[in-house]
Design a protein around this ligand. Structure first.
Ligand SMILES: Cc1ncc(COP(=O)(O)O)c(C=O)c1O
Length: 372
């Protein structure tokens, strides 16, 4: 009898480390200190060590991490930030929140990441930053992006919300540019049990500035040189993240193994479908495993009837979403991002997924495609 397979199974992950997790959370509950305390400080140090980043500042979400990193790097009114339309809304939303403008570049067919070869053509006198997103855990072409940034004197902020532990050429994402923004939303490959985020940032002064901005602009309680926001990371999330950070490389290795299983199991229906895959020099973490399928919506519906949960990341590239209409982009501007958005489907991937689960998922995908 086939069983239902969720897109992610966070309960299975919790069960596997229940004792360690419970002990850590109970220790925080008993400590009486719940926000920006020793657990946050320890997590910041441990993540910085893991990434080989000079420093990390914990904040309340990936969205705040993007916002605060850009703000401290001086992005503001009138600036242009070159980025991808194939991402979560937060990437562009935070650029706009600072009064700057997202300038989109189309993506690669293979990995749906920003096409680094198209960036230079979009640089103007107003361009201040390149903001690549390591989508689905695939690192962007950081060699080319850093080369352009150095030559054209542009800042680089990496959106690493989906790429904790991913490498480009043996260097972790989030450490190439001026800063990296991380999300610990529960479904991420390093996920908290609530909201959380962090900025990995090169410059020590900029790190201190974010520490002030995350507490309303105050480094010393009660004294404000400027206004910040409330973006504090709490102790319970930090202790959860400290436990999970011990496992994330093991999980990332399992995710790569699961991805390779999928590629083998799906091999006989290529090219009817396509698997997104990492570009050269990229060691991915497969925060999602995405395929491109014809008649995506009906395949998704058929799989749902068979108990297989899937998701669409993302149904619209950002240049076509209603909320960003004022940017003036039109259908056809980024044909590859548009084509991918029409056929993309994320299928279950998480470290506890079994090979039998994968066989069942692939069999149902084949059935769904054959009945189209
Ligand atoms: C690519 C990307 N950027 C930014 C974010 C925002 O992170 P958060 O949900 O923690 O604010 C996400 C999370 O969904 C994301 O996937």
């Amino acid at each position: 009898m086939n069983r239902s397979i969720p897109i992610i199974d966070l309960r299975a992950q919790y069960r596997a480390m229940k004792n360690q997790m419970d002990e850590s959370v109970l220790r925080v509950l008993a400590s009486g200190q719940y926000i920006l305390g020793p657990e946050v400080a320890a997590f910041e140090k441990e993540l910085a060590f893991y990434l080989k980043s000079p420093q990390v500042v914990g904040v309340n979400s990936g969205t705040d991490a993007l916002y605060l990193a850009m703000r401290t790097l001086g992005i503001g009114s009138g600036d242009e930030v070159i980025t991808t339309p194939a991402t979560f809304i937060a990437t562009s939303q935070t650029i706009l929140a600072l009064g700057a403008r997202p300038v989109f570049v189309d993506v690669n067919e293979g990995d749906s990441n920003i096409n680094a070869d198209l960036i230079e053509a979009k640089i103007t006198a107003k361009t201040r930053m390149i903001l690549p997103v390591h989508l689905f855990g695939f690192s962007c072409d950081m060699g080319k992006i850093m080369e352009i940034a150095r030559e054209r004197k542009l800042l680089v902020l990496e959106d690493c919300a989906q790429s904790v532990g991913a490498y480009w050429n043996s260097v972790r994402t989030g450490t190439f540019g001026d800063a990296g923004a991380f999300s610990f939303y529960p479904t991420k490959n390093l996920g908290a049990y609530g909201d959380g985020g962090a900025v990995a940032i090169r410059d020590a002064k900029a790190g201190d500035h974010i520490r002030a901005l995350r507490t309303h602009g105050s480094l010393f309680r009660g004294y404000y040189d400027e206004l910040g926001i409330n973006s504090r990371l709490d102790e319970i999330q930090a202790t959860i993240l400290r436990v999970k950070l011990l496992y994330v490389d093991r999980w990332n290795t399992l995710r790569r193994k699961l991805a390779s299983n999928y590629s083998e199991l799906l091999a006989d229906i290529l090219p009817d479908i396509q698997c997104l895959r990492p570009a050269d020099h990229s060691t991915p973490v497969y925060s999602l495993f995405c395929i491109l399928v014809p008649n995506r919506d009906s395949v998704q519906e058929t799989l749902a009837k068979k108990g297989i949960d899937t998701m669409v990341h993302y149904p619209q590239p950002l240049h076509l979403v209603n909320a960003l209409k004022h940017l003036g982009y039109r259908e056809g501007d980024f044909p590859i991002a548009e084509r991918i958005s029409q056929s993309i489907l994320a299928i279950p991937i998480y470290p506890e997924l079994t090979f039998q689960d994968q066989e069942q998922i692939v069999e149902e995908i084949k059935n769904a495609i054959n009945t189209l």
